[in-house]
Write a protein that binds this ligand. Structure first.
Ligand code: SF4
Length: 347
């Protein structure tokens, strides 16, 4: 290391995540420093990226439609109406294209194109339930660095596993995911989506390998992933499907990388806690590349990687908030740590 003097900021409060989700793994693979800022220092970003916000609202509306139809046994029309009602009550996204009116229009068009009573039906689980909105949690056997008496868990939700039927027989099972988009890769010289090229982009995505691995863990073997792309453009275009396979080798390598990475970050976290006056960048490697401008935006924590006083600036800019799963409420990190210390343990 070169001989540089650092302004030593007051060490910020931190709490290593108790559970790691597939999207958190995405942050970890993208940039360790980002993971530390967001998931250990808990610097909470209040202003959300309009595209991510629109994607989240749309996914939630799809979830409402599916659960109303399959679990609550409402009609298809009633279920879609409930999805629309949810969207109507969402705040504006801040995007001109992916605005709420457009999302409502696209939700209706999506379920017209892919009706709920389709050749694709939700997979049945061993307990007789449907594999939709399925919450999973697995103990990783890695001791938590702040509370070593508990283990870190891997937690997430599978939106949907559907079976494809032919002549009354199940022929394939898929992880199904909806993705809104403002950009379509077209087959050269045509207006048609290039589904081969688009599928290639997702084939190595952390999200789908993680989901496929999680499906294995709950004993649900899937044959592939089916992404339904929902264009949200000035002029309407129908949703379309991308289909691809996640190999066993991918899942094996991903789970090895996931375990190694979490162990490594846990150790780095403990080393940093031993002497928090050393800049966190000495432990959590910043990835000065795509992560810094992911989704066409500058990383919210960039000042921490640019300015010598960045650590203090971040501390005075972002609230440190954490979700308390037991009390089901967001709280200040200090309040949460007091709560945990009083309890002496984490369930
Ligand atoms: S600015 Fe770049 S290197 Fe720094 S935390 Fe963000 S993504 Fe990582």
């Amino acid at each position: 290391m070169t001989n540089v003097t650092f302004a030593i900021p007051e060490p910020s409060l931190t709490f290593f995540p108790e559970t790691i989700s597939p999207s958190m793994m995405g942050d970890i693979f993208q940039c360790e420093m980002y993971f530390f800022r967001r998931h250990c220092q808990r610097y909470t970003i209040k202003a959300e990226n309009p595209h991510l916000l629109a994607g989240r609202f749309f996914a939630k509306a799809c979830e409402i439609v599916r659960t109303s139809y399959y679990f609550d046994k409402k009609s298809e029309d009633e279920s879609i109406a409930l999805g629309n009602e949810y969207l109507e009550n969402c705040p504006e996204t801040g995007s001109d294209t992916k605005n709420i009116t457009k999302l409502i229009f696209c939700l209706e068009a999506y379920f017209k194109k892919f009706p709920l009573k389709d050749v694709l039906m939700p997979s049945k689980l061993v307990d007789g339930g449907f594999a939709i909105e399925y919450d999973f949690i697995f103990d990783l056997g890695i001791p938590h660095p702040d509370f070593p008496e508990i283990n870190i868990k891997f937690k997430g939700r599978l939106d949907a596993i559907y079976d494809r039927h032919y002549l009354g027989q199940k022929i394939k099972s898929f992880i199904v995911d909806e993705k809104t988009t403002e950009r379509i890769t077209r087959i050269k010289g045509t207006n048609l989506p290039d589904i081969v090229k688009e599928a290639e982009k997702y084939k190595l995505s952390n999200q789908f390998i993680a989901y496929s691995w999680a499906a294995d863990q709950i004993g649900k073997k899937v044959d592939g992933v089916l992404i339904r792309r929902i264009p949200i453009l000035a002029q309407h275009e129908d949703a379309y499907e991308l289909e691809f396979k996640i190999t066993q080798f991918q899942k094996d390598m991903w789970s090895m990388a996931m375990y190694n990475k979490i162990w490594e970050l846990r150790d780095k976290y403990l080393n940093w806690k031993n002497d928090p006056s050393i800049p966190s960048q000495a432990f959590f490697t910043p990835e000065y590349d795509t992560g810094c401008s992911y989704f066409n935006r500058t990383c919210e924590y960039a000042v921490g990687c640019i300015e010598k006083e960045g650590e203090d600036i971040l501390k005075s800019t972002f609230p440190q908030l954490i979700w308390n799963h037991e009390l089901k409420q967001e709280m200040e990190l200090q309040e949460y740590l007091d709560y945990m210390n009083e309890k002496g343990t984490i369930k």
